[in-house]
Design a protein around this ligand. Structure first.
Ligand code: NAD
Length: 500
């Protein structure tokens, strides 16, 4: 496989049919990291045709569950074998630190192992009581068919794997399109799937842009399911393109996630330190380019000044730099576009009356921070309110807005006042209050006295405009399965509904 052969169709690595290419940039210095194939409609159609053949006449859908599970476990082992290499690829491609890349590889390894275990532990069909001894009635699961997967740039390996692992466990075939901004780890993952023994045509990769590759996958009549992770605007387009062929659609979209901090969480020094530290992590890990980032701090008015002062002090000390450098805590934004967007949001917030507590600009270049990199300082904006664009929209950058409340109802009302509903957190020293508030928050994941952890065995996804469907957990497997009811009459006889 040469550098340009990043399209994988029917077991063969190749360049784009039209010969087009795309430079993939390193966000730490804007240098060209790799040049990959820029696939088009023809490449997409070829990949779908391969996946279709592999599903309709190949062996994979009928392969015994134990063999499919064994393949997923081999992939998990190979991911661990290549852990350092993949972490480095992910760091260079997305800008995140290598340590974050290692976390991603470990998380993805767990996901492959989880779905292998899940299908192995199933007892097969569910026998239902038809209320008639002469009827045997059973509900079984079957693979959906050809799955199209469209992934974003912030967690490329992880988002692709959350789709590929359950799809393969269930017996589907797939075509995956990584983000054109960060395609490299998905290409590596496909190589591992081949090494693990995945039959030709079962897994296919098309590197290329949303338009035409993603759009063609979404509308393609031979695709049975499209699973999309990305922004709201693209997600709506995917749903529209998928509608005429009535395929299954799963959407994992953005978030504007509240982090609610009650004064009683800060009653002790330890509690205060924990809540501040978690708020920092919630907002600024991966420079805020996380769908579940705790970008809205909703803090009780009585502790606001002390809390925000300490938060800003610590945010100013975050070590920004190239993700591959030792000692660096936070990398650059992924692209010039994200940098421009961040600058625009901060400017609009200040124009609307927010108070800048720290950040708000690009940092001085240094030996770990080239001037050509897309760096932006972690930014805390105080005195924000719900009417501001920076509070309502997903900024996907290192921006934390601060709003305040004076009672529990006010906190809940603020935290639920978003068109999204992906994730949120509540910090409180009062367990009953924390659980009460968690029960009232309309978001797909709620953390109590923590932020960001997730488990492969627990569903991930959003309320409202954060999406449709769930990844991970049993529901994440069921996304990739059809349910069939088989009703068997053990003593057949005429119905005699019609007399003639
Ligand atoms: P994006 O919507 O720009 O792109 C996502 C993917 O869709 C890319 O592969 C892109 O090429 C493709 N695409 C773009 N237009 C398309 C179209 N018309 N038809 C089909 N495909 C198209 O998103 P992004 O900027 O890559 O990622 C950031 C977004 O992803 C944020 O909104 C973030 O919240 C979201 N995200 C959500 C989750 C989650 O689990 N809910 C996880 C990670 C990222």
């Amino acid at each position: 496989m040469s550098g340009l052969e990043t399209i994988h169709v029917d077991g063969v690595w190749r360049a784009a049919t039209a010969g087009d290419t795309r430079d993939v940039l390193n966000p730490a210095d804007a240098s060209v990291l790799a040049t990959v194939a820029e696939g088009g409609t023809e490449d997409t159609d070829a990949a779908v045709a391969a996946a279709r053949r592999a599903f309709d006449s190949g062996e994979w859908p009928g392969t015994p569950t134990a063999e499919r599970a064994a393949l997923l476990r081999r992939v998990a082992d190979l991911l661990q074998r290549d852990r350092e290499e993949i972490a480095l690829i992910e760091s260079r491609d997305t800008g995140k630190t290598v340590e974050e890349g290692r976390y991603d590889v470990d998380d993805v390894t767990s996901a492959f192992r989880y779905f292998a275990d899940l299908v192995m532990n199933e007892s097969g069909g569910r026998v239902v009581d038809a209320g008639d001894a002469d009827v045997h009635s059973v509900v079984v699961h079957e693979p959906v068919g050809v799955c199209a997967m469209i992934a974003p740039w912030n967690y490329p390996l992880l988002q692709a794997s959350w789709k590929i692992a359950p799809a393969l466990a269930a017996g589907n075939t797939f075509v995956v399109k990584p983000s054109e901004v960060t395609p490299l780890s998905t290409v590596h993952l496909m190589r591992l799937l081949v090494e693990a023994g995945l039959p030709a045509g079962v897994g296919n990769v098309v590197t290329g842009a949303g338009m035409p590759v993603g759009a063609r996958l979404a509308e393609h009549p031979d695709v049975d399911l499209v699973s999309f992770t990305g922004g709201l605007i693209s997600g709506v387009k995917v749903a529209e393109a998928a509608a005429p062929s009535v395929k299954k659609v799963a959407l994992e979209l953005g978030g504007k996630n509240p982090n609610v901090v009650f004064a009683d969480a800060c009653a002790t020094e330890e509690g205060f330190d924990t809540a501040v530290d978690q708020a920092l992590n919630a907002a600024f890990i991966h420079s805020g380019q996380v769908c579940s980032a705790g970008a809205r701090l909703i803090v009780e008015e009585s502790v606001r000044e002390r809390f925000v002062t300490e938060l800003a002090r610590r945010a100013e000390r975050i070590k920004l730099g190239r993700g591959t450098e030792k000692g660096v805590e936070c990398g650059p934004l992924v692209s010039q576009q994200q940098l421009d967007k961040t600058e625009d949001y901060v400017a609009s917030a200040l124009a609307e009356g927010a108070t800048l507590r720290c950040g708000g600009k690009r940092p001085e270049p240094s030996d770990v921070r080239p001037a050509s990199g897309y760096f932006y300082e972690p930014t805390v904006l105080d005195n924000c309110h719900r009417g501001m664009r920076v509070v309502r929209e997903e900024t996907f950058g290192p921006i934390l807005t601060v709003e305040t409340f004076t009672d529990e109802d006010g906190a809940v009302e603020l935290a639920n006042d978003t068109e999204y509903g992906l994730a949120g957190a509540v910090f409180s020293g009062d367990t009953a209050r924390a659980r009460r508030v968690a029960a009232r928050l309309r978001h797909g994941t709620i953390w109590i006295n923590d932020y960001h952890p997730y488990l492969p065995q627990a569903e991930w996804g959003g309320f409202g405009k954060s999406g449709v469907g769930r990844e991970l957990g049993l529901t994440g497997l069921d996304e990739y399965r059809e349910t069939k009811h088989v009703y068997e009459n053990l003593r057949p006889s005429p119905v005699r509904w019609f007399a003639g």
